[in-house]
Design a protein around this ligand. Sequence first.
Ligand SMILES: Nc1ncnc2c1ncn2[C@@H]1O[C@H](COP(=O)(O)OP(=O)(O)O)[C@@H](O)[C@H]1O
Ligand SMILES: [Mg+2]
Length: 262
Amino acid sequence: MTIQLTNVYLKRDGSPILKDINWNVEKGEHWVLFGLNGAGKTAILNLLNGYHFPSSGVVKVLGKEFGKVDLREHVRRKIGLVSSSLQEKLYKTDSAYEIVLSGAFTSIGLYDTPTDEMRQKAVSLLESLGALHYADRNYETLSQGEKQRVLIARALMNDPEILILDEPTNGLDFIAREKLLETIERIANTSKAPTLLYVTHHLEEILPIFKKTLLLKNGEVFAAGDTSEMISEGILSKFFELEVEVIWSYERPLLTKKKVLK
Ligand SMILES: Nc1ncnc2c1ncn2[C@@H]1O[C@H](COP(=O)(O)OP(=O)(O)O)[C@@H](O)[C@H]1O
Ligand SMILES: [Mg+2]
């Protein structure tokens, strides 16, 4: 089992953010975490990364139980994270190459001396993500799509067992989004691919590689299971409390609000 959350509650300032979360991710599964703004998606990711401690319940990641081991030491290095909050923390004047390289130490900024092997790896990751030609540019001068590629390369520096992508297409235009999704699909199809967790509130971003979906609503698991079952008109109409239609096109779902005819 890669991730096991059992009866997990998370409170902040006395109010519950996550309520009775039960979620199992098995090795080799790629999951979408789908929910509206404020549903608690990032809160779940912060639990997995060890940034939040559950108020009650058990969090197990890669076989280690939270509280019994120092998760940051044992687990965080094995989790690659791509998120806008990470993007904000990085030193904007570092080059793309330095930002990728610092992923080897899971540090913000580069303090330790990288080995030749690390340097080679950073270059080859930048290359495989189509980002080598802007490796020397300052991070702050990159477009949003270029920044996301750098963050993915950084996240892959430690050959993570889990790769978390928290709304990675935020701020991307259609072409940049589709190119990024292609890259994500390619990562999933490599040998020894990490388990992917893809967080989004856009249904049309759910790629066919994501066979599993968790629907999160108001801090609770609304439903979880096979994507083909979760992304259905019946379940989603209840989820949104609105009659919706789902059309599958090129193995991806498109969502529309149904017109109510009087
Ligand atoms: N540190 C915090 N203190 C209080 N409330 C928080 C804190 N972090 C998040 N929340 C609240 O928890 C809820 C879930 O947030 P979040 O996990 O960021 O949602 P999502 O990622 O699904 O948009 C939101 O209502 C948010 O306002
Ligand atoms: Mg979020």
